[in-house]
Design a binder for this molecule. Sequence first.
Ligand SMILES: Cc1cc2nc3c(=O)[nH]c(=O)nc-3n(C[C@H](O)[C@H](O)[C@H](O)COP(=O)(O)O)c2cc1C
Length: 358
Amino acid sequence: MSQDLFSPTKLGSIQLANRIVMAPLTRNRAGQGNVPQPINAEYYAQRASAGLIITEATPISATAHGYPATPGIHDAAQVEGWKQVTAAVHAKGGKIVLQLWHVGRISHPSLQPGNALPVAPSAIKPAGQAFTYEGLQDFVTPRALAIEELPGIVADYARATRNALDAGFDGVEIHAANGYLLDQFLRDGTNQRQDEYGGSLENRTRLLLEVTKAVVDVAGAERVGVRISPLNPFNDISDSAPQRLFNHVASSLSPFGLAYLHVVEGGMGGEATPDFDFEDLRRQFKGGYIANLAYDKARGNAAIASGHADAIAYGAIYIANPDLVERLRQDAPLNTPDQATFYGGDAKGYTDYPTLQG
Ligand SMILES: Cc1cc2nc3c(=O)[nH]c(=O)nc-3n(C[C@H](O)[C@H](O)[C@H](O)COP(=O)(O)O)c2cc1C
């Protein structure tokens, strides 16, 4: 029988009631101390009919932060805050994994402990501006991480994974997409290191593989996913040969036996992108595959029926449609997301989108 968005499936050990995934969405509505609040639990619980929720990107350490009011997973109060979220989602029969995040150079001294410089593979300043508590400010030239510091970063990922499991998550997703730290190591536009973490494909992939091993050692491979975005230029990132790089990334991740690979299949701003064969990428990875970027119901069903993807992640549309699964099932009209309330604010544009039931 042919599968579609509404067929149950399993990604690693995570059982999904359907293949409609809530994509990770930063909403900047954490409380004091970057602690999740009751309103965050309400927001996620409203979306618990998704086959799987992937949380907003969640900083793994104090230096991993790059935006205001993003919920962390590096101290006890944050773990307690997240417990309300996982409990609320589980009470409604949902599944939820936490997206592990280190922003690398996409930060600002005002968001760093002791006003320090953000860290990166190489001291290359991104074009553009950081979102800070004082408004938009120009990015600064980051400090290149010393090789001796990398084991500490890997350890931060492991500790954050332990915290996520303590907080009740069904698993974790390693954020290696969208121009943040792990993506900065992968791509030759941002990684110009001369040591064994720069240069060759093997070297540029090394940190991601070390992080994956550390996270898998804590959570078990069947509860770990990885997100990549081979063509996304977001955060001023680039690579001279993305197909070669990301085929290598996918084939190197494959032996871990991960729950899934999650792929943003283009540029998030709808930019023109170079030719890229996502089928070829997919063939390099044995395991679940979540596809993302501008999918609607028809394309989602087609990708699942053809075997291209096991599940589809929906981003912006999930902000505005807490009952997206039901709306897609009924071919009901969708609410339009209000971009003005994407990042920061209160319940408006967060927990007040209507369901079909009103
Ligand atoms: C408001 C907003 C916040 C986002 N935050 C994250 C994030 O925290 N982590 C991440 O990997 N992607 C993030 N993304 C990207 C989405 O997960 C997704 O890749 C993108 O919206 C494309 O999917 P769509 O076309 O279904 O919206 C964000 C996108 C939006 C619109």
